[in-house]
Design a protein around this ligand. Structure first.
Ligand SMILES: Cc1ncc(COP(=O)(O)O)c(C=O)c1O
Length: 304
């Protein structure tokens, strides 16, 4: 058991737990919902904020601004609270009530925007955050969708953890793609360690990327590539697995009732794709998948 002098030091080093899927290989889930802010996003937000402090883009008394599907905002609000920054988060109205209330609990100011199908929509939450950043003196926008430190955080931290926890035996790495930072950052690290390793990104079948720029609405949160992301590189991603609302939400129930993992929608989507891929794993294969957040943040959505 470890003791920490600062909550931020408790970010990362999450457990890796086997899921007994029907497979000749092994599937392990990295429980990112056990981070202090409850999601994978604690890692990326911490790296982006601390880099801005180092490079002088963020100064004492400053304001943190971010556009978020919830978790990146929650991580920003938590870190802002500890470090003493004011925090303004723009969100889509689509995100769960629990995530909105959590943001407020950490003292963040919330700006709610109409849901849009594409990130670059001028009425959307990303454009709103850019506008607030431009008009707020001494502010720093983390800008997860375009900031290279997003994927760099997962290269520096998540990738090495997975490599160590599997004793270098990981053969497949799978994660949900939103900004693409998680799948490509850790994917890059793991591929450098083992060039035969397969990196699998999970995307929504209605997303901007999957539909060749003709997106349709979907209910899943925290997953779905809604723009031309600089984080997803073809040299890193070997394959995209596509999921839909119906199957991912059904999988949330299976994960909770059959296996005891009460996870959020992006993890339901990943579990759905992982169960499919697991059927073709070979005896010595080890697939690591990312469970990005907990189902407790979505109970009012009645997915369970
Ligand atoms: C729960 C959850 N899972 C997965 C993701 C996707 O991560 P990334 O933006 O690194 O692609 C997000 C992003 O917000 C998320 O909140």
């Amino acid at each position: 058991m470890k003791t920490f002098e600062n909550l931020l030091h408790a970010i990362g080093n999450t457990p890796l737990v086997r899921i007994p899927f029907d497979s000749q290989g092994n599937v392990y889930a990295k429980l990112e919902y056990l981070n202090p802010g409850g999601s994978i996003k604690d890692r990326a937000a911490l790296f982006m904020i601390e880099e801005a402090e180092r490079t002088g883009l963020l100064k004492p008394g400053g304001t943190l601004i971010e556009a978020s599907s919830g978790n990146q905002g929650i991580a920003t609000a938590l870190i802002g609270a500890i470090k003493g920054y004011k925090v303004v988060i723009t969100i889509s109205e689509k995100i769960s009530e629990e995530k909105q209330k959590t943001l407020q609990a950490y003292g963040a100011q919330l700006i709610s925007c109409k849901p849009t199908l594409q990130l670059d929509d001028p009425n959307g939450y990303h454009a709103k955050a850019v506008e607030i950043h431009r008009s707020t003196p001494n502010s720093f926008m983390l800008n997860q969708y375009f900031n290279p430190t997003n994927s760099a955080a997962h290269y520096a931290m998540l990738g090495p953890e997975i490599w160590q926890q599997t004793h270098g035996n990981v053969t497949h790495y799978m994660a949900a793609a939103g900004s693409g930072g998680t799948v490509s950052g850790a994917g890059k690290y793991l591929k450098e360690k083992n060039h035969t390793l397969k990196v699998i990104a999970v995307d929504v079948e209605n997303s901007y990327r999957s539909t060749n720029k003709n997106p349709k609405p979907y209910k899943l949160e925290g997953i779905g590539v809604d723009y031309d992301t600089p984080h997803l590189r073809n040299t890193i991603i070997d394959k995209y697995e596509l999921v839909n609302d119906h199957d991912s939400i059904a999988m949330l129930q299976t994960m909770a009732r059959k296996y005891g993992f009460l996870v959020g929608p992006s993890s339901g989507a990943v579990a759905c794709a992982a169960e499919r891929v697991a059927r073709n794993l070979q005896k010595n294969d080890t697939m690591v998948i990312i469970f990005g957040d907990s189902g407790r943040a979505y109970l009012t959505k009645n997915f369970y």
